[in-house]
Design a protein around this ligand. Structure first.
Ligand code: P6P
Length: 335
């Protein structure tokens, strides 16, 4: 099987990036280099994760991040590794990280790009060996080169992304990304230290029978979400929720399904972060033919006002997202 470019399964990530760059006549190679820098950090983090149980790097780090969540040791390690790779790569002027209160200036004032990243999402699952992931978005700076990135550079809507992707550290480690021309998946071979094209031109099914939502918080759901969950049960859908966004998203992307983290009476704005979780996955799912909204608005059109702002997320097969929104709209109409 080949991707849109006709590159065969088994092509290395490096060759794929170079071939894709040829598609952009004015490309000067910086974005390609940035993608390589991310892949390098992913290889290093993958090694740390795979050895976590042996190196006493599982468990809590003993501090909380800006979200008020207990940082895991591997959260901190992954954050350091990705920041170091992006800083040393030279292409990124500013980084927004889930693990950092403020935007990080890398010192690369000539860097053309901003990266928003969740270095290790779902890290509470590390100790029980459930898949976890890294999620990233790439934006072109809007300010002039030669100085640090600005807050305006950081607070761009998702439609401005020039790239987005995730790494899933699971039964195998995969890098899945888009630069706006389709979605491709690469599987890591640790014996060779290479990512190889394994899932060319990923297209998500228009519908599916998998729904992913934490029904433990059912009592706090809006009425429309409760009714959609009941619709899923009445249609004998499969409930699949592993509490790790990248794992749930990746399964639904390939098989068809919907992941929902709604606004609830306990978390009115939802739990997931717009800049480094929702926007990246929204870009990917749209490029794969899917849909991502906050229940009423397209995620990628939301204009951010804060680095760590949260938003509700309905993402996956387009017909499933549309059906969920029907129940939400009916609720609004009734109220
Ligand atoms: P809950 C992990 O903390 C995370 O950000 C996502 O990876 C995951 O889907 C979600 O939160 C789980 O949240 O409230 O269902 O435990």
């Amino acid at each position: 099987m080949n991707d849109k470019l006709g590159l065969p399964v088994g092509t290395t990530l490096d060759r794929f990036i170079m071939r894709k760059q040829e598609d952009f006549p004015f490309a000067t190679g910086e974005l390609s280099q940035l993608l390589r820098d991310i892949a390098l950090a992913a290889k290093i983090v993958n090694r740390e994760i795979n050895r976590a149980g042996l190196l006493d790097v599982t468990g809590a780090y003993g501090q909380q991040n800006v979200q008020g969540e207990d940082q895991q040791k591997l959260d901190v390690i992954a954050n350091i590794r990705f920041i170091r790779a992006l800083r040393n790569g030279g292409e990124v002027c500013t980084i927004i990280s889930e693990e950092e209160d403020d935007a990080i200036q890398t010192g690369n004032t000539r860097g053309k790009y901003i990266v928003a990243i969740d270095p290790l999402d779902g890290s509470s699952n590390i100790d029980v060996n459930v898949s976890i992931g890294t999620i990233f978005s790439i934006y072109r700076r809007t300010s002039e080169q030669g100085c640090d990135g600005t807050m305006a550079d950081c607070l761009q809507p998702g439609v401005n992304q020039v790239g987005a992707g995730y790494i899933i550290y699971g039964s195998s480690t995969m890098l899945v990304y888009t630069t706006g021309n389709g979605v491709n998946g690469f599987t890591y071979d640790p014996t060779l230290g290479e990512f190889f094209l394994s899932h060319p031109n990923i297209c998500t099914p228009k519908t599916g029978k998998i729904y992913s939502i934490n029904e433990g918080t059912y009592n706090f759901f809006p009425e429309g979400v409760k009714q959609y969950v009941q619709y899923c049960k009445d249609n004998e859908y499969s409930a699949r929720y592993i509490g790790s966004l990248v794992g749930d998203f990746h399964r639904n992307l390939l098989k068809g399904g919907i992941y929902i983290y709604p606004s609830t009476s306990k978390v009115p704005k939802g739990k997931l972060r717009l800049m480094y979780e929702c926007n990246a996955l929204a870009f990917i799912v749209e490029q794969a033919g899917g849909k991502a909204t906050n229940g009423s608005e397209r995620i990628m059109e939301l204009v951010p006002t804060e680095l760590h702002q949260r938003c509700p997320l309905f993402i996956g097969s387009p017909e499933m997202v549309d059906k969920a929104e029907e129940f939400l709209k009916a609720e609004v109409a009734v109220n």
